[in-house]
Design a protein around this ligand. Structure first.
Ligand SMILES: Nc1ncnc2c1ncn2[C@@H]1O[C@H](COP(=O)(O)OP(=O)(O)OP(=O)(O)O)[C@@H](O)[C@H]1O
Ligand SMILES: [Mg+2]
Length: 363
């Protein structure tokens, strides 16, 4: 069985349902990412798991033990749940030294004194903070503070750590470094990690599996990075995991057409198989998957061209839609320049088709 199990969990604040009928198994030793837009209920899930709020329905298991069930009247107090949690908003206690921050969970569990010292020093070593024991948090950088918070999570639990947006406040370079450290730590200790964030890129980079939540709090996809990038479950996932373009398309006699309303024309795109077109449809396409091709019958007008250091960014009007197109430096080596105001031919690769209203995959 899973290390952590949410079984039909519902959380309400007053009559506002934030998490509805949420079920999820987290496997032993995996890094599982939970990603979703702000307000979708991620922290509420963490609080429920930690025992800081009581869900209105459902059961929660940690290591096969039922720790919460409203129906069965089980509610084990937070300190007995043995979870390491790195919280979103307050990472470390400012009034305690680095050492005391990390030793605190052990003291609270009344671990023998000699063991407290040993385990505290071990945890600090794991996060490369040996030598900072007497420092106060205010004397540390943001990245160092986060490492202390992770060390404190390690002294709270050997086997399950939950990180709720642990690195949001760090700059890009530090963030990258922390992700590597978390991964290395996990490989060393085989800890199960639940990593919560609204940064989909970080989650896809770090995690073995990622859960994508919709703004409503529903899970819309669970998968590896490859599955999610290659086969987004619906339009929301497609738009959430990277820069995306959506173009309305219409179908006529088995062909897709990119509708060019202004000129009152349709352009043949391709002949898909098994496409049913009783409802409006959109094509989802990434900026890097749009190719300039003068031979293509699909034409657009470059409204803006911006050079971004390593790539060119173009905004292109096609019918009523505005597309973002990116070309790498390498693509640009053909010597052909594309300027604002110019009309260009476009080809699409790896395009996906979604129901325009429901957002479900079409095909
Ligand atoms: N104590 C509370 N009382 C009432 N409503 C709350 C409380 N805590 C959270 N909420 C509401 O519940 C919803 C979900 O909040 P939650 O903090 O779980 O979201 P989140 O996914 O963690 O968002 P973020 O990415 O911004 O951290 C929000 O609409 C929030 O306003
Ligand atoms: Mg949150």
């Amino acid at each position: 069985m899973a290390k952590i199990r949410f079984d039909h969990v519902t959380v309400r604040y007053g009559n506002h349902t934030v998490v509805k009928d949420f079920s999820l198994d987290v496997q032993e030793g995996e890094i599982l990412g939970i990603v979703g837009p702000s307000g979708c209920g991620k922290t509420s899930l963490v609080r429920s798991l930690g025992g800081f709020i009581n869900p209105d329905e459902g059961d929660i298991y940690i290591n096969d033990n039922l720790v919460y069930s409203k129906k069965k009247r089980v509610n084990r107090p937070p300190e007995t749940r043995r979870l390491g949690i790195v919280f979103q908003d307050y990472a470390v206690w400012p009034h305690l030294s680095v050492y005391d921050n990390v030793a605190y969970p052990l003291k609270k569990r009344k671990v023998p004194k000699a063991d407290i010292d040993k385990l505290t020093r071990q945890a600090l070593e794991q996060v490369r903070m040996t030598g900072y024991e007497k420092h106060m948090p205010a004397q540390l950088s943001g990245g160092q503070q986060q490492r202390v918070a992770i060390a404190r999570a390690l002294t709270s639990s050997n086997d399950v750590i939950i990180m709720d947006e642990p690195i949001t406040n760090l700059d890009a370079k530090l963030r990258e470094g922390m992700l590597d450290e978390i991964r290395i730590l996990q490989q060393k200790l085989h800890t199960t990690i639940i990593y919560i964030t609204h940064d989909q890129e970080a989650a896809l980079q770090l995690c073995d599996r990622v859960v994508i939540m919709e703004p409503t709090g529903d899970i819309c996809q669970i998968g590896t990075d490859e599955e999610i990038i290659e086969r987004p479950a619906n339009r929301f996932v497609f738009s959430f995991i990277g820069v995306s373009n959506f173009i309305p398309v219409i179908e006529d006699q088995g062909c897709y057409y990119v509708y060019e309303k202004r000129a009152d024309r349709c352009f043949a795109q391709q002949k898909p198989e098994g496409f049913i077109s009783d409802r409006p449809c959109v094509m989802g396409i990434r900026p890097m998957d749009i190719i300039f091709d003068d031979e293509s019958p699909i034409k657009g007008e470059i409204t803006q061209a911006v050079f971004l250091g390593t790539l060119f960014n173009y905004f292109i009007r096609i019918g009523d839609a505005e597309l973002r197109v990116q070309r790498s430096m390498l693509d640009s080596l053909d010597g052909r320049e594309y300027k604002e105001g110019e009309t260009v031919g476009l080809r699409f690769l790896n395009e996906k088709y979604y129901d325009a209203e429901e957002g479900e995959v079409r095909k």
